[in-house]
Write a protein that binds this ligand. Structure first.
Ligand code: HEM
Length: 402
């Protein structure tokens, strides 16, 4: 007899989703969740297909994100999508990233580390990971970092809206208020930037021409809102997870400390093992056969990244954190050819993946230098929080100041 199909909305699932993912993969690879009104897929090959096959549209973002952002590239397809994506993509890779934005990343990492480097103790979540990626994207856009608390409140509320699986009315209300507050804050800045251009990403957005027309203030605002939410919450959790996992595997931490070229490996493996985004939704444009069943056109599909990344049909010993595993391709891990699913795949593959990699490389190097003997505080065990997005709630570390 099979196990009972676990409920994604239950407290047990929030505590530890991995046993539930196993049951879903083995016994219900296509599961209909009544309360979420969604079909759930859990195996690697099915989640991969949901991301790559264009029958699975992103129309779900019309209700899942548009009420808090306005319309963004996540909802677009075809040329509309590629033209707008190309406006920001160069800033997140290659020479523009290295020459213009790497110094911004380095400055932000060292500013935050300076604040605790002589203390001998730190919570890497609240004192570093929560602040670093959002500060970077705020600086890249040319906004005011002293407004950090507001940005953080806004992006947390946007991500909560996105992941509001139980349709909590308070979360929905907060999301809509965030949209209004963010518009009130951003629209005057956007209007001002149009006549006071700088060397920043916001200036790129306000001057960009699409088919001979510039983007409206509303469109630019929606783009900024997406960048703040997508670039803040995810990299924050990725960085904290990587350090939590390394600190729990001291021999792998020692190897990375010794050979810093292993940081990319450690990052890729922690994205597989503890992805910051555990699920992404889609809406098929026609009836689709998948995972032994049929998903009707127009219904919602939830693709479980967290489950797919632990699929034993795809990875050997998937529940072991092993930065040396030979079935995860590190060279392609930050591109659309990746063989893990943390950044999704296909048309909407994370446009910020290389920025995230650059941030993690810089931060990890600086943190390892500043804390040569870092270890978890005695008696402290890192615990993860979150269902839609997930990462360590805190990460208390002790060290002898360098
Ligand atoms: C480790 C860190 C990150 C993770 C795990 C991550 C994850 C993801 C995922 C899963 C998607 C696909 C969403 C979908 O297909 O529905 C996505 C898309 C996106 N990400 Fe990231 N992300 C990260 C970092 C960043 C950063 C630093 C930025 C930039 C500031 C960023 C900007 C975006 C944008 C704009 C999209 C939409 C792309 C499109 O629609 O073409 N992300 N990300």
């Amino acid at each position: 007899m099979g196990s009972e199909i676990p409920d994604i909305l239950s407290a047990e699932f929030a505590e530890n989703p991995y046993p539930a993912y196993q049951v879903l993969r083995d016994e219900a690879p296509l599961h209909h969740h009544e309360a979420m009104q969604s079909y759930i897929v859990a195996r690697y090959e099915d989640v991969e297909r949901v991301f790559k096959d264009q029958v699975f549209t992103t129309a779900n973002y019309d209700w899942q994100l548009e009420p808090v952002h306005g319309k963004t590239i996540l909802q677009l397809s075809g040329r509309d999508h590629s033209v707008r994506r190309a406006l920001v993509a160069p800033a997140f890779r290659g020479s523009e990233l290295e020459e213009k934005f790497l110094p911004v990343i380095e400055k932000n990492a060292s500013e935050l580390i300076d604040a605790f480097r002589s203390d001998g103790t730190v919570d890497l979540v609240s004192q570093f990971a929560n602040r670093f990626p959002i500060n970077v994207i705020v600086d890249m856009l040319g906004l005011d970092k002293s407004d950090h608390a507001r940005f953080q409140k806004w992006y947390t509320s946007i991500i909560a809206f996105l992941g509001n699986l139980s349709q909590d009315p308070q979360v929905a209300e907060d999301g809509v208020r965030t949209k209004e507050e963010f518009a009130e804050y951003m629209l005057p800045i956007i209007r001002d930037r149009r006549s006071n251009l700088g060397d920043d990403l916001l200036s790129t957005l306000v001057t960009a021409e699409i088919d001979g027309e510039t983007m409206s203030d509303e469109d630019v605002k929606a783009f900024c809102s997406l960048l703040l939410a997508a670039g803040g919450e995810t990299t924050d959790k990725a960085l904290a997870s990587m350090f939590a996992l390394l600190l729990q595997h001291p021999e792998q931490l020692a190897a990375v400390r010794e050979d810093r070229s292993l940081i990319d490996r450690a990052f890729a493996e922690s994205l597989r093992f503890h992805p910051p985004v555990h699920m992404i939704m889609r809406q098929p444009s026609e009836d689709v056969e998948i995972a032994g069943g049929v998903i009707p056109a127009g219904s919602t599909v939830t693709a479980l990244i967290g489950a797919a990344n632990r699929d034993e049909r795809r990875y050997k010993n998937p529940d072991a954190f092993d930065i040396f595993r030979d079935d995860l391709n590190v060279t392609s891990a930050f591109s659309a050819a990746a063989n893990h699913l943390a950044f999704a795949l296909g048309r909407h593959f994370c446009v910020g993946a290389l920025l995230a990699k650059a941030e993690v490389e810089v931060a990890a190097n600086m943190l390892l230098d500043a804390m040569p003997d870092m270890k978890l505080e005695d008696g402290f065990a890192p615990a993860e929080k979150g269902v839609f997005t997930r990462g360590p709630a805190e990460l208390r570390v002790n060290f002898t100041p360098a």
